[in-house]
Design a protein around this ligand. Structure first.
Ligand code: ZN
Length: 681
């Protein structure tokens, strides 16, 4: 007894590709969320030029079918990814291992493992993903029944030492590579027979007479003198299927390919298990030791291995994706990431809107502005710094686009320096060619985007984008500021409506999305040159600083809510019927994914109040009425130049000349104007 050695096995070492963690993070954020049920995964190991005794996992682990790389074999596993580090720590490891072990035994006794031998190479991962820090705590286990010891009957011999080695190799090579993980080689030297048989063929009709000629073959990922860990389960399967083999000498052939795909280094172990196994009371082993050789989990930090831009993108998405875990599971973040936004104006409002768009995961942002960054800008216009002003020649549009990239490198930003032509702002012959160029650029950009934001500093500069937005069926979001008031609105859609008309709700009025007015619909005055005859405080937007941030935030939130609505800009606007409201309780406004969808938000800082008026399209609107759109469509730039010449042209065209001029309560100016005049000097 004492001269007999005990066969020991080379334990598996887990080898985790960073892509395994990246994929786990993605699945956790997008699919599993709060669920921590086990996921089926696959690993793989190779017996070609093996180093160590590795079991590898990468992103393909989560595929629905095992797809091991070439010269590799599949291992079957689970990942138990816990929601908190506490659950990860306190989980009963013994029970989990025993549970996995019993599943392994069940696969053996049911015969499943005979048909799919990869079930013998079983593993699982207990993990906790700290997605915020990109840290992954994990512990691999390779469950194995604690069966009686195997005696090594003599030193392992190399395959090439067998006299019938060539015949054996030829027989092995008749099997396709994927079937070489576990099989039986029947090699009767005397009868000169050598053939490879599948496990199910050899073991389900086990012939004891032939057993002495059997080599139990397996793809051996071990580079050591000891066979890989997976042979343990192989022995257990064999003795469970064929109990008469207990106490008999058995030959195991660990196949090891070299670089040239030769099998010369393959080893044969002659072993015997003296005692039968009590399957009812089996214990299991298999937790992997950590890098210090102790029983304990490991930690992988992916932060350093990630491209900073990718890291930022993942982290930005993290905060958004967490919304979907509990708060808004149906939130469609892809729509936001794909929607292209064009901002008219890169001043206080433009900067704030752009930053809010980034916060929501919008990636495509283009800014149009003619101004330079001036000294008065940085404190209010959040995308500029003092250094931009000192440089003296930094244009807002391009500077803002560049700074947006510094905030989120994966954004797609662009800035164009151009003047927005305005009604009543006569264009001299000298500037006509340049204006035409700018018009073409504006039209081209408008067509290339899905949403336009009107964030300029004057009423008249909103006219052209309002008209173009309507003509090109874009979503238009408008924000305008007063001293302590603001207006944020969505323009009515011009797209052909599809589907049912909005449902009636008792006590509420409703305007269909395509019937909603634009910024100019409430106004019977064509925009003229409002910069004339104004003192400095009238030319610059003198506003309480918070007003622009509030308005910009509302503008972006309104857009996000609109994009989540199935009808988008054609979503109807409901509002309380005030007469009914005097006597009855006002019914609840219908809510979309993110709440109600008003037409406009008018707010005041003096009493911290918002009202949500909805207004109809005005048939004689100077910006969105059919007559104006038709004139633009038929005459194009010719028509536009006529309006630039004199705003009266629009009043005559739409027939509002006879309407009395009304004063707008809202002041239109942004503090941009100050710098424009300063810089133009
Ligand atoms: Zn209108």
């Amino acid at each position: 007894m004492s001269d007999k050695k005990i066969l020991q096995f080379a334990p598996f070492e887990s080898f985790v590709s960073p892509t395994f963690w990246h994929k786990l993070a993605e699945l956790k954020l997008d699919y599993d969320r709060l669920s921590d049920t086990a996921r089926s995964i696959f690993g793989h190991y190779t017996n070609r030029k093996a180093s160590g005794c590795l079991l590898e996992v990468d992103y393909s682990a989560y595929n629905s079918e095992a797809q091991p790389p070439k010269f590799s074999h599949a291992a079957v596993g689970h990942i138990y990814n816990k929601n908190t580090i506490e659950e990860f720590k306190t989980l009963d490891k013994t029970a989990l291992l025993a549970d996995e072990g019993r599943q392994l035994l069940a696969d053996m006794s049911s015969g499943r493992a005979l048909n799919d031998a990869s079930l013998l190479t079983r593993f699982f991962v207990l993990s906790f993903a700290d997605l915020k820090c990109h840290s992954y705590y994990y512990w691999f286990a390779f469950p194995c029944p604690l069966t009686p010891i195997l005696q090594l009957l003599n030193d392992p011999i190399k395959l090439k030492a067998l006299p019938n080695c060539d015949a054996c190799v030829d027989a092995i090579r008749t099997l396709p590579a994927e079937a070489q993980n576990f099989f039986v080689l029947y090699a009767d030297e005397g009868a000169n027979v050598c053939e490879a048989r599948s496990l199910s063929a050899a073991l389900s009709q086990f012939d004891e007479q032939q057993a002495e000629h059997y080599y139990y073959c397996f793809a051996d990922p071990s580079e050591y003198e000891n066979p890989a860990w997976l042979m343990r389960n192989y022995v257990a399967l064999l003795l469970q299927q064929c109990p008469t083999l207990v106490g008999k000498p058995l030959k195991f052939l660990g196949l090891r390919y070299d670089q040239q795909l030769q099998l010369d280094n393959s080893l044969i172990w002659h072993v015997s298990q003296a005692e039968a196994c009590n399957y009812a009371q089996l214990q299991f082993v298999g937790w992997e030791a950590n890098r210090n050789g102790k029983m304990g989990p490991r930690m992988a930090n992916m932060r350093d291995s990630m491209d900073p831009a990718k890291l930022a993108e993942n982290s930005i998405n993290l905060n958004l994706k967490l919304m979907k875990w509990r708060l808004v599971p149906d939130l469609n973040l892809n729509i936001l990431a794909e929607t292209k936004c064009l901002l008219f104006g890169a001043g206080t409002l433009g900067c704030a809107v752009a930053r809010n768009l980034l916060s929501w995961g919008f990636k495509h942002i283009t800014l149009l502005d003619s101004g330079k960054v001036g000294y008065s800008n940085p404190v209010r216009q959040s995308l500029y710094t003092h250094a931009d002003a000192v440089a003296g020649n930094r244009m807002k549009a391009s500077t803002a686009a560049a700074h947006l990239l510094e905030i989120n490198p994966s954004a797609v930003t662009k800035g164009y320096v151009l003047e927005i032509p305005m009604p009543g702002h006569t264009i001299g012959e000298a500037l006509r060619a340049q204006t035409t160029q700018h018009l073409q650029l504006i039209e081209q950009q408008l067509q290339a985007h899905d949403v336009i934001f009107l964030l300029t500093d004057s009423r008249e500069s909103r006219w052209l984008p309002t008209l173009l937005g309507a003509a090109h069926e874009k979503i238009v979001i408008n924000a305008a500021l007063g001293f302590d008031s603001y207006l944020v609105m969505r323009h009515g859609g011009t797209r052909e409506p599809v589907g049912d008309s909005p449902k009636d709700i008792a006590g509420l009025k409703c305007i269909a999305g395509q019937q909603l007015g634009c910024y100019f619909c409430n106004d019977v005055t064509a925009p003229g040159n409002s910069l004339k005859d104004r003192t400095l405080d009238q030319q610059c937007t003198v506003t309480r600083p918070g007003v622009s941030n509030i308005a910009a935030s509302y503008a972006v939130e309104l857009l996000v809510a609109l994009l989540q609505h199935p009808q988008r800009e054609l979503a109807p606007a409901y509002y309380a019927n005030s007469r009914a409201g005097q006597h009855l309780e006002t019914p609840q406004l219908p809510e979309g994914l993110l709440g109600i969808l008003p037409h406009s938000i008018r707010g005041m800082l003096c009493n911290y109040e918002n009202i949500l008026p909805a207004t109809q399209k005005f048939a004689q609107c100077i910006a969105c009425s059919q007559r104006v759109l038709a004139a633009y469509r038929s005459e194009g730039h010719e028509f536009l130049f006529k309006t630039f010449e004199t705003a009266k042209y629009l009043e005559d065209l739409t027939g509002i000349s006879e309407f009395k001029r009304l004063n707008s309560e809202i002041i239109e100016f942004d503090d941009d104007q100050f710098d424009m005049s300063e810089n133009e000097d």
